[in-house]
Design a protein around this ligand. Structure first.
Ligand SMILES: [Zn+2]
Ligand SMILES: [Zn+2]
Length: 396
């Protein structure tokens, strides 16, 4: 691996920063301590800071030379509302909060790059290092954009990165086009007519209607969606009733819909609503249908992806960069940034979890698992990628 020596020499400090953030996880839009830590480090290294975008968002501005060209590098800072079961020294100090997605590591890798770039200005133009809040469902990226990120910090392209458990340390994955799914949620309330369970003929049973809707929805992906498209429709909650001898008034269906194009999401929403409304009508029930669009699909731009792949290959070798990585039905709010600017999002291998084997607790090292931990061996690899990407983009 062609890693940058001064970044390797900075590994211990980056690891301390990463573990400090891990021990103090903060949830969506509450990243006050983390944001302060990031801003203080950037300022300590002489980097001007833009504060306050999306509340706790921070952008460091690293300039050199006269070029108007600019690149954005983005990390996320938030943790998840879940209990950590690891027993190592840097385990979460806050009950019910945990860095189980590695955003502690993303923040530390970008800080490592910012530190190097501020000291060795081998580029002509501006590097914006973007630390965003609330990736885990809060849409912090969108809020930063809505509050003027790209007006205050005009950039030509923007890049993102996520650690990927199961992929080897020293490997990267990327692909042109859709790489992560659009995530959406629905809630359908069926209103019938409650009754004594011994007198079903006096009721309009909302449970029967909800079950019919649930069954019929399963035909949307098999019969309405093109077999060449991918989509997910998962009903994750059904709520109704409170007693064995009561037919309830209402039943509620809740769940998630995923897909890689807006067209397929439009189709799913339209068919789900039609089936819900017409099924309810067939049984003399009523239905309230709501469908909420959360994150759009994450779509990598072709030129920027080819450029990022070259940079990754120059660091870890061509054989360790999968340029056709399998897309995932997980979602990511960096998708909003890619709707506004050309750019590319990549996966960086986090290993199989061996880094936590000794005394680090049990369980798999998957994202959002209570025994997950970011692999500190990635810190110099990710930081080197950010630096080489910025230097190549803004080459002298
Ligand atoms: Zn996550
Ligand atoms: Zn994440």
């Amino acid at each position: 691996m062609q890693l940058i020596d001064p970044i390797l020499a900075f590994h211990t400090e980056l690891q301390q920063i990463r573990r400090d953030i891990h021990a103090h996880p903060e949830l969506c839009f509450e990243e006050h301590r983390t944001s302060e830590l990031v801003a203080n480090k950037l300022q300590e290294w002489g980097i001007p800071v833009v504060r306050g975008l999306a509340g706790t968002g921070i952008v460091g501005v690293i300039k050199n030379g006269n070029s108007a060209k600019a690149i954005g590098l983005r990390a996320d800072m938030d943790a998840l509302p879940m209990q950590e079961i690891n027993s190592f020294a840097h385990t979460s100090q806050h009950d019910g909060k945990m860095h189980a997605c590695g955003h502690d590591g993303h923040t530390a890798m970008l800080l490592g790059a910012a530190h190097y770039l501020s000291q060795h200005k081998n580029f002509d133009g501006t590097v914006y290092v973007i630390f965003q809040p609330a990736e885990e469902g809060g849409g912090g990226a969108k809020r930063m954009i809505d509050e003027g990120l790209f007006d205050l910090c005009p950039m030509d392209a923007v890049y993102g990165m996520h650690n990927w458990p199961g992929a080897a340390v020293g490997s990267f994955g990327v692909r042109v086009g859709p790489m992560m799914a659009s995530s959406n949620e629905f809630e359908v309330v069926v209103s019938g007519k409650g009754s004594h369970a011994a007198q079903p003929h006096k009721s309009v049973d909302p449970i029967m209607v909800a079950v019919q809707i649930a069954q019929s929805w399963q035909t949307i992906i098999s019969r309405n969606t093109s077999p060449l498209e991918s989509a997910v429709l998962s009903i994750t909650q059904i709520h109704s009733g409170s007693a064995t001898n009561v037919i309830p008034d209402q039943a509620t269906l809740i769940g998630t819909v995923r897909g890689f194009t807006n067209e397929v999401i439009d189709l799913l929403e339209r068919r789900m609503q039609a089936i819900a409304e017409h099924t309810a009508a067939a049984f003399d029930a009523n239905v309230q249908f709501s469908f909420k669009r959360n994150y759009p699909p994450l779509v990598n731009h072709a030129d920027e992806t080819a450029f990022a792949a070259q940079v990754m290959q120059s660091i870890v070798g061509i054989e360790h960069v999968d340029v056709q990585v399998e897309p995932t039905m997980g979602a990511e709010d960096f998708a909003f940034m890619l709707q506004n600017k050309p750019g590319c999002y990549v996966f960086i291998g986090n290993g199989e979890g061996e880094h936590r084997d000794f005394g680090h607790g049990l369980g798999p090292c998957n994202l959002h698992n209570p025994s997950y931990d970011f692999n500190d061996d990635l810190l110099p690899i990710g930081a080197t990628y950010w630096v080489r990407l910025a230097e190549a983009y803004l080459s002298l």
